[in-house]
Write a protein that binds this ligand. Structure first.
Ligand code: MD6
Ligand code: FE
Length: 232
């Protein structure tokens, strides 16, 4: 059995270390982060080709762009969406919209491979009948980061969130229900799928600045697909 090291601490502060033990890694193993949140290691890896094609198709119809936060900052992560509604941010706030503000058109349909993968991951994690209608696609360049936040723009918090990591590995920060709660530092690598819901649904989380690295799937980039039941 190989120990997996996670770090407990606050964003940008010195971190203390905590070890979790798991028999399997990046090969079908499951790490429980807390009740309601788990990482399915490598769950998406065997569908990487179809997923890459799906993301390319989405990005052709709805290009990646750097959204502006309500505070006026340009997000370092580039985003696009597929599905019935897409998550956007601008000077007036965060919300889901049926149309892409860049093109004025509906967001592209959610590719079946993405929907199916998310359903299977949710099922594996114990959430039956996950029916996502929004998929946010995040693209990280080196140094891109996502500060601590809660996902709370959805209408239904009873549905879980399924989050797929592809390409360059990242350090995912996983906190508590208050911003100041300590965070767990979780390495997410190509093919890992995080499923969280129930008591974990509103936990704070973020992604540390992406390190310069190369991955055969995506060069220097990391992609993340975050699927949600955003509207009911
Ligand atoms: C990312 N993910 O991994 C950003 N949110 O690039 C998220 O913000 C996220 O991974 C809710 C649930 C899972 C996530
Ligand atoms: Fe999030």
């Amino acid at each position: 059995m190989r120990p997996q090291t996670f770090q407990l601490g606050r964003e940008n502060e010195r971190m203390t270390t905590l070890s979790l033990f798991d028999a399997e890694r990046s090969d079908g193993g499951v790490d429980e982060l807390c009740p309601g949140a788990m990482v399915l290691r490598g769950f998406a890896a065997r569908r990487e080709r179809e997923l890459a094609q799906a993301v390319d198709g989405v990005a052709r119809a709805a290009p990646f762009r750097h959204l502006i936060t309500p505070g006026g900052y340009r997000m370092s992560v580039a985003m696009t969406n597929c599905g019935d509604v897409g998550w956007i941010s601008d000077e007036t706030g965060y919300r889901y919209e049926a149309c892409d503000p860049l093109t004025g058109e509906r967001w592209p349909d959610m590719p079946e491979v993405i929907r199916e993968l998310a359903r299977e991951a949710a099922m594996r994690a114990g959430f039956e009948r996950f029916a996502p209608n929004a998929c946010l696609v995040n693209r990280y360049e080196p140094r891109a980061r996502l500060s601590l936040h809660q996902d709370k723009d959805e209408q239904d918090f009873s549905a879980p969130i399924v989050s797929v990591s592809l390409g360059v590995p990242a350090a995912f920060l996983f906190g508590g229900l208050r911003r100041k709660d300590p965070t767990l530092r979780v390495p997410l690598t190509h093919g890992d799928v995080v499923v969280w819901g129930g008591p974990a649904r509103l936990r704070y989380h973020g992604v540390l600045a992406l390190k310069q690295a190369e991955h055969p799937f995506a060069g220097a980039l990391r992609y993340n697909l975050t699927l949600r039941t955003a509207v009911t």
